[in-house]
Design a protein around this ligand. Structure first.
Ligand SMILES: Nc1nc2c(ncn2[C@@H]2O[C@H](COP(=O)(O)OP(=O)(O)OP(=O)(O)O)[C@@H](O)[C@H]2O)c(=O)[nH]1
Ligand SMILES: [Mg+2]
Length: 455
């Protein structure tokens, strides 16, 4: 097929992940299994939905290692990990859940994480004064953190997922620092961060922390830091409403915990239709695009919403942060449907419906995964979570940038450190614009048909 002067292979011939020498590889492969060359995504290849990797199954069947190690940093981070642990319920033994903070309020039970899973950063009861620099300092001086993570098996986990509010001093200062230390501590699983941006009406100091912390999540000491950064914003979260299968409205923190739960829950071993953590982090480093916006539609009745398209539209109408949809290059859909819909809605049909939807709604989307799993109930419900990434960040961090700009002159952060923060944001924005331009120039509109699910 010829298009815009380029010869495109039919979709069935395009390896999702081929090396520079053209050898096909599993989607999650970073190096070619045949010649060992590093695999880079060919951004000019036709857009397609990738087939997820086979799931590895319950890791506890062969080892005692946690699958995911969830780490909360700061008060909100700990609350989120505690909420997630409750949500995961009977599967909680598959993962490790822990939290770090420099100070604890007397309402310890509000953290929802058992006391023995929560560790203090620093020796006295000194807080951070809601200042990221102090949060970072306390974390760097707290030598037991490494040992605690190793004792919890973080070095054997497939992923370390760190959760925090980016407005707080501990989360925005300690989180990025701890993330950057993981590989030096022998912890080599996927590095996922989930950061909650402050609400628009919060003080500039919170936004100063958020803008600085986000820069350090993107790059820390001149190196890329995380494999994936999921961002959401407390203003959008406050407006968002959703219910669980029993019709109960979820709290803000349960919404965030649901996002993590959907990422960490895989289908049965050997299935191809469940998105695996390695699928999620395959392309970000080569594309230099790490951040994602989550969209969520929970417990949507197919009788009311009609089809997957209706469910996706419902999620898309209620973003969890301000978002530039026209420039989003990556999209991953996690779909759970009631078992009773299994015959009526096949993977292939849902895949082509999703493909049509994303081509219309996300015109720059080049890389996509679609994962499907089933819930054991007799209802007619769908849960959809979409992670959309690589879009220009300006609308998302506009308010935090304003707060940062107003606070930076009076802050005690050195001019050199402020320059680093500014440079990281400038460089990242440049990388995202370049990526978007390459997508525009390389392909025009995306016409590829979705890849078929392997049986
Ligand atoms: N999503 C969510 N955000 C919260 C909640 N409580 C507070 N926040 C936000 O979290 C930020 C403060 O983060 P904390 O975790 O309390 O701060 P910290 O990391 O402990 O750092 P310190 O400043 O040292 O207390 C603010 O921007 C609040 O808007 C909550 O229950 N859920
Ligand atoms: Mg605190």
């Amino acid at each position: 097929m010829e298009e815009n002067g380029k010869v495109f292979k039919p979709m069935s011939d395009v390896a999702p992940n081929s090396c520079p020498n053209g050898h096909p590889n599993q989607p999650s492969a970073k190096f070619c299994g045949t010649c060992g060359k590093k695999i880079e995504l060919d951004i000019n290849a036709p857009s397609s939905i990738q087939t997820p990797s086979p799931t590895s199954g319950d890791p506890l069947a062969t080892t005692k290692s946690p699958d995911f190690c969830f780490v909360g940093v700061g008060e909100v981070g700990i609350k989120l990990v505690g909420t997630l642990r409750e949500l995961v319920g009977s599967n909680m033994d598959n993962h490790a859940f822990l939290g770090f903070d420099s100070e604890f309020s007397s309402n310890f039970h509000k953290l929802r994480l058992p006391k023995q899973n929560v560790y203090k950063i620093g020796t006295d009861s000194q807080g951070t004064g809601h200042f990221w620099k102090m949060g970072e300092k306390l974390a760097t001086e707290s030598s037991p953190i490494k040992q605690i993570l190793l004792d919890k098996g973080a070095n054997h986990a497939r992923a370390v997922a760190m959760l925090f509010a980016l407005g707080g001093g501990m989360g925005s200062g300690g989180g990025p620092y701890l993330m950057s230390e993981l590989s030096d501590w022998g912890i080599h699983g996927a590095k996922l961060a989930l950061g909650v941006l402050p609400a628009d009406d919060e003080p500039d100091q919170m936004h100063f922390n958020a803008y600085s912390g986000l820069a350090r999540l993107i790059r820390y000491r001149q190196k890329y830091n995380c494999d994936m950064i999921i961002l959401l914003n407390n203003s959008n979260l406050d407006r968002y409403r959703t219910v669980d299968r029993s019709g109960r409205e979820l709290t803000n923190n349960e919404v965030i915990a649901t996002i993590c739960n959907m990422i960490a829950t895989e289908g049965p071993a050997g299935t191809y239709t469940s998105i695996n953590i390695n699928d999620l982090i395959t392309f970000e480093r080569s594309m230099k695009a790490f951040h994602f916006a989550p969209f969520l539609s929970m417990s949507h009745s197919t009788r009311i919403y009609g089809s997957l398209t209706g469910v996706l539209e419902s999620a898309f109408a209620r973003p969890l942060m301000p978002f530039d949809r026209d420039t989003a290059v990556l999209s991953y859909l996690f779909l759970r449907i009631s078992d009773s819909l299994r015959e009526k809605m096949t993977y292939a049909d849902l895949l082509s419906e999703y493909d049509a939807w994303r081509q219309q709604r996300l015109p720059a989307n080049r890389v996509s995964y679609f994962g499907l799993s089933y819930t054991s109930d007799e209802m007619d419900k769908m849960d959809a979570m979409l992670l959309v990434g690589g879009h220009l960040l300006a609308p998302t961090i506009n308010r935090s940038h304003e707060g940062y700009s107003r606070m930076k002159e009076s802050s005690t952060v050195t001019p050199d450190e402020l320059d680093v923060i500014d440079d990281i944001h400038r460089g990242y924005d440049h990388d995202l614009r370049t990526l978007y331009q390459r997508v525009q120039e390389g392909t025009g509109t995306s016409t590829g048909k979705p890849r078929q699910h392997k049986k």
